[in-house]
Design a protein. Structure first.
Lengths: 68, 425
C-alpha cells in the first residue's frame, strides 16, 4: 500500500516539477544568447556583403556596349 | 518510508517557494512614478580657502547655468505632473517603467501633456513604446498621424526572424554567394583580355568574334552570381515567404533569359544584334543588383536595426532601475539619447533604401533603374555605417549599467513598435 502511495506521490511530484520548469521557460523573449554580442556579430557578418555592393559589372557592360 | 515521505514533502515545498520567487514581477508599481525625478546635479566640495579668479569665474558660470536649469526645470515640473497623471490614466496597463519614459522627453519638448491628452489610449500606448528619438520627433512636430503607420509587435525572439531558417543554412548561403562573387570576379578578369581585343578590332568580323566571346563570358559571370543569390534569398530570415517567392521568380526568370541569351550570342550575325543582346545582359545584371542589395538591406534594416531598437528599450528599463535605486544616471541617460539619435538616422536611411528598392523594382526605364539602385546601395551603406557607430555606444551603455549594478541584457521587453511597412516586407 505504502509503495503505491509513494509511486503516485513521485509521479505527481514529477508532473509539478516539469510544469514549473515549463512555466519558467515561457514568455515572449528567447533569452538564449547575449543581445549585445548578437547585434555586434550580425553587424560584423554584414560588413563584407555591404562592401560587395557596387555596380562595377554594369559600368563595365556600359563600356563594352560603347566598343561595339 | 515515513522519512522518505517527509523528505519529499519538504523538497516540494522548498521548490514551490523558489519557483514563486522567480516569477515575481514588480514592474507595474505605481509608487515607482514618484521616484522618477530628474537627476540631481552634483556639487563639488570646496576645499580651498582662497579660490583663484578663473576658478571663481567657472563656479559663477556654473551657478548661473544651474539657475537657468532650475528655472527650466520648474517650468516643466508642472506639466510633468499633469503628464504623469494623464499617462497613468490612458495606458495604465503598460508597465510604469515603460510609460514613464514619456516623462523624459519633457526635457526636450514643450507641452507634451497637451499632446498626450489628444491621443487615444491605443495611440498613447504606441507612443510610449517608441524609441526616445522618435517620441521627441513626433511630439515636437505634434504629428499624431504618424502613429497610424506604426504597429505594435510582440517580441517572440530577439532576432526578429520573419522566417525560421537554421543558422547553418543562413551561413552556408552567405558563404556560397561570396564564393560566387569571387568566381565572377575571376571571369571579369578574363573579360579584360576580350575587351582589349574588342577595342583593338578594326574589321567588323573581328569585332563580332571578340564581342561574342566577351558577352558569353559576361553571361557566365552573371549566371554564377544569380544562382547563389537565389540561395541567399531563400535562406534569408528577414524576408517573408511571399517576398522570397516573388524575388526567386524574378531571379529564375533572369537565369532562364540569360541562358537563352547564350544561344542568341552564338547565332548573332551583326554587331547591332550583338549590341542589343549586350543591353539585355546589362538589364539582368541590374535585376541581380536589386535583390543582392535587398538581401543585405533586409538583414540590416529588419534584423539588426530591430535588435538595436530592443537594446535601446532595454537600456531605458535599466536606466529606470538605476533611477529607482537613487543612482546618478546623468551619463547613462545622455548615452541612451546618443544611441537613440543614431538609430533614428539608421531608420531614416532604411526607409529611403526601401523606397529606392520599391521604385527600382517597378520601373521599366533601365537608366532610371540604375540610378535608383545606386541610391538604394548608398542608403544601405549609410544605414550600416550608422549602426556600426551605434555599436560602441551600446557597449558603453552595457559597461555603465554594469557599473550601476543594474541588468541590461536580461531586461524583459514584451512589445516593440515597428513601421507598418516594415512588417509587410
Amino acid at each position: 500500500m505504502n509503495k503505491k502511495i509513494l509511486f503516485i506521490f513521485l509521479v505527481a511530484a514529477l508532473v509539478i516539477v516539469a510544469g514549473c520548469g515549463n512555466g519558467n521557460s515561457e514568455g515572449t523573449i528567447d533569452q538564449s544568447g547575449n543581445p549585445v554580442d548578437n547585434a555586434d556579430q550580425a553587424l560584423t557578418d554584414a560588413q563584407s556583403e555591404v562592401e560587395d555592393l557596387e555596380l562595377s559589372d554594369v559600368d563595365s557592360l556600359d563600356e563594352d556596349l560603347n566598343l561595339i | 518510508m515515513k522519512k522518505i515521505f517527509l523528505f519529499l514533502v519538504l523538497f516540494l515545498l522548498a521548490f514551490n517557494v523558489t519557483a514563486q520567487g522567480e516569477g515575481t514581477d514588480v514592474k507595474d508599481d505605481s509608487s515607482v512614478d514618484d521616484r522618477l525625478e530628474p537627476a540631481v546635479i552634483d556639487s563639488q566640495p570646496d576645499n580651498a580657502l582662497i579660490i583663484p579668479e578663473p576658478e571663481r569665474k567657472k563656479v559663477r558660470e556654473r551657478v548661473e547655468d544651474e539657475e537657468v536649469k532650475t528655472e527650466n526645470r520648474k517650468k516643466i515640473e508642472g506639466n510633468r505632473e499633469r503628464l504623469r497623471t494623464l499617462i497613468e490614466e490612458k495606458i495604465k496597463d503598460t508597465p510604469a517603467a515603460e510609460r514613464n519614459r514619456i516623462l523624459k522627453i519633457t526635457e526636450r519638448v514643450e507641452n507634451v501633456d497637451t499632446f498626450i491628452e489628444d491621443l487615444t489610449p491605443e495611440e498613447a500606448k504606441k507612443f510610449a513604446l517608441l524609441t526616445r528619438a522618435k517620441q521627441i520627433e513626433i511630439a515636437r512636430e505634434r504629428k499624431a498621424k504618424k502613429l497610424n503607420n506604426i504597429k505594435i509587435m510582440e517580441v517572440k525572439d530577439e532576432e526578429f526572424r520573419v522566417r525560421q531558417i537554421s543558422k547553418e543554412n543562413v551561413k552556408k548561403a552567405v558563404e556560397n554567394l561570396k564564393e560566387a562573387i569571387k568566381q565572377s570576379d575571376k571571369i571579369e578578369e578574363n573579360l579584360k583580355e576580350t575587351r582589349e581585343r574588342l577595342r583593338n578590332a578594326e574589321k567588323n568580323e573581328e569585332k563580332l568574334a571578340a564581342g561574342k566571346e566577351h558577352f558569353t563570358n559576361a553571361v557566365e559571370a552573371q549566371l554564377t552570381e544569380l544562382n547563389s543569390l537565389k540561395e541567399r534569398i531563400q535562406n534569408n530570415q528577414d524576408l517573408t515567404a511571399d517576398e522570397t517567392s516573388a524575388a526567386v521568380e524574378r531571379i529564375d526568370n533572369a537565369i532562364s533569359k540569360l541562358n537563352e541569351t547564350k544561344a542568341r550570342i552564338e547565332a548573332a550575325t551583326t554587331l547591332d544584334e550583338l549590341k542589343q543582346i549586350g543591353k539585355k545582359i546589362r538589364e539582368y545584371a541590374l535585376i541581380k543588383h536589386i535583390y543582392k542589395t535587398r538581401a543585405v538591406q533586409a538583414n540590416i534594416c529588419h534584423g539588426i536595426l530591430l535588435r538595436s531598437d530592443l537594446l535601446e528599450r532595454k537600456a531605458e528599463l535599466a536606466l529606470s532601475d538605476a533611477e529607482k535605486n537613487g543612482q546618478d544616471t546623468t551619463e547613462l541617460n545622455s548615452k541612451i539619447e546618443e544611441l537613440s539619435t543614431l538609430l533614428e538616422t539608421a531608420r531614416t536611411k532604411c526607409a529611403e533604401a526601401k523606397e529606392s528598392f520599391n521604385s527600382a523594382k517597378e520601373t521599366d526605364d533601365v537608366e532610371a533603374r540604375k540610378e535608383l539602385i545606386k541610391s538604394f546601395i548608398e542608403s544601405v551603406k549609410t544605414a550600416h555605417k550608422t549602426l556600426l557607430e551605434a555599436n560602441p555606444i551600446i557597449k558603453e551603455i552595457r559597461t555603465m549599467t554594469n557599473d550601476l549594478n543594474v541588468e541590461l541584457d536580461s531586461q524583459k521587453v514584451d512589445e516593440i513598435v515597428v513601421e507598418e511597412e516594415d512588417g509587410n516586407e
